[in-house]
Design a protein around this ligand. Structure first.
Ligand SMILES: [Zn+2]
Length: 264
């Protein structure tokens, strides 16, 4: 069985101590590719460096909408980056490394943590999408509470020029339908076995448009635990159960989707 984790953050401090074991556990359950996603200039450098460690690690470089504007996420009030990012400089960095990456991401819109700068977020989002089209790279999209604007912008800017992966998409049914009609893929995290949050989506979306991810260290299938790439197996089990097919069938199709979308 070939498994894939199309979106995670193994550069996070939570993996500093035991990354080798984490990668080994993923291999032990059949994971053949792990896409680690950058979110800001420092993280982009980290994921590129990390990928040298093992050929199973693939890279996507991006700018998280909150980081791009130097805002803060959560209750800490502490931004993960110092001030606004120099977009042009980071775009050049991404372009210079284009042969080492499978996608641009994560990028997108986050209206959950930022209620004030939606226009600015949209402008940055559009600019990065244009970069992805220029470089002919798929995009991995983060959106929280901004799903409708996100789909509208994707339709305007991208349509089907490059493949689109919507990661942990929480939009309403009609937006999922639009995404499916546009040919976009949806990557599902293992947390759905605990919360059920993505089960309806799994049911509704054709298997050919589903992918598996972990968003590690977040989105764990087990309460209070760190998530890791091996947990994509839990998502596969859930997809197999909901679609009423074998785990092998689910895994094989998702592996094929990965090959087509992120290895194109
Ligand atoms: Zn993420």
């Amino acid at each position: 069985m070939n498994l894939v984790d199309v979106h995670c953050h193994l550069n996070q401090d939570l993996f500093k101590k035991d990354l080798d074991e984490v990668i080994q556990r993923a291999k032990d359950v059949g994971v053949k590719a792990i896409v680690i996603s950058g979110t800001n200039p420092a993280a982009n450098q980290q994921v590129l460096e990390l990928a040298k460690k093992d050929p199973i690690l693939k890279v996507s470089l991006g700018l998280h909408p909150i980081d791009a504007l130097g805002l803060s996420e959560g209750e800490t009030g502490i931004p993960r980056v110092e001030g606004k990012i120099d977009l042009e400089k980071e775009f050049k960095f991404i372009e210079d490394n284009k042969d080492k990456i499978v996608a641009i991401g994560e990028i997108g819109l986050d209206y959950h943590w930022d209620k004030e700068h939606h226009q600015e977020q949209q402008e940055v989002f559009r600019k990065i999408l244009r970069l992805a089209i220029k470089l002919n790279k798929p995009v991995i999209i983060h959106t929280w509470a901004g799903e409708e604007d996100c789909i509208n912008i994707l339709e305007e800017e991208v349509k089907d020029k490059v493949p689109v992966v919507l990661h942990c998409f929480g939009g309403r049914k009609s937006l999922v339908t639009r995404g499916v009609e546009l040919g976009y893929c949806f990557s599902v995290p293992p947390s759905t076995i605990r919360t059920g949050n993505f089960n309806t989506m799994i049911k509704k979306i054709p298997l050919q448009q589903l992918l598996t991810e972990t968003d590690s260290p977040w989105q764990s299938p087990f309460k209070g635990e760190r998530c890791e790439p091996a947990h994509v197996l839990e998502t596969i089990k859930k997809i197999a159960e909901i679609k009423n097919i074998s785990e092998e069938e689910a895994a094989d199709q998702i592996w094929e989707n990965y090959q087509k979308i992120l290895n194109f």
